[in-house]
Design a protein. Structure first.
Length: 129
């Protein structure tokens, strides 16, 4: 199986906690060395979802703890808060902070417009980026 160095996964609806480990085992069945990080279960309703980043440990590394955007006190701009993670290329000088968000189709414009504050948040917690 050929994958990219990073893959963001959305809409993980698995309260048993077995889907991501099973996917990781399938991805690594060919001898690959992927790992993953996952967000907390997110959402406004009882139907919660998680995000995950799968990443090839032979080419990239997580450089700091991941974070779920908390949103300003008293606001709720996202149905599912964005999930932020910083990575670096192994043996290289390329770093990147990834932000994944799953917008609600009925509020996509508003949620996309609110992403500028998420970028500011990411810059605040990862100031070297």
């Amino acid at each position: 199986m050929l994958w990219a160095a990073y893959v963001a996964v959305q809409e993980v609806r698995d309260s048993s906690g077995t889907a991501l480990p099973a996917l990781l085992a399938a991805v690594n069945a060919d001898g690959s060395d992927y790992a993953y990080i996952e967000s907390e279960r997110l959402g406004r309703t009882s139907s919660k979802e998680e995000y995950a980043y799968f990443y090839d440990q032979s080419t990239v590394a997580l450089t700091a703890p991941d974070a779920t955007y908390p949103g300003p006190e008293g606001t709720d701009p996202f149905h599912r808060q964005p999930f932020v993670a910083p990575f670096t290329a192994c043996g290289g000088t390329f770093d990147a902070v990834y932000i994944v968000v799953h917008t609600d189709p009925d509020e996509a414009t508003e949620e996309i417009d609110a992403l500028d504050v998420v970028v500011k948040y990411a810059r605040g917690i990862y100031p070297a980026e």
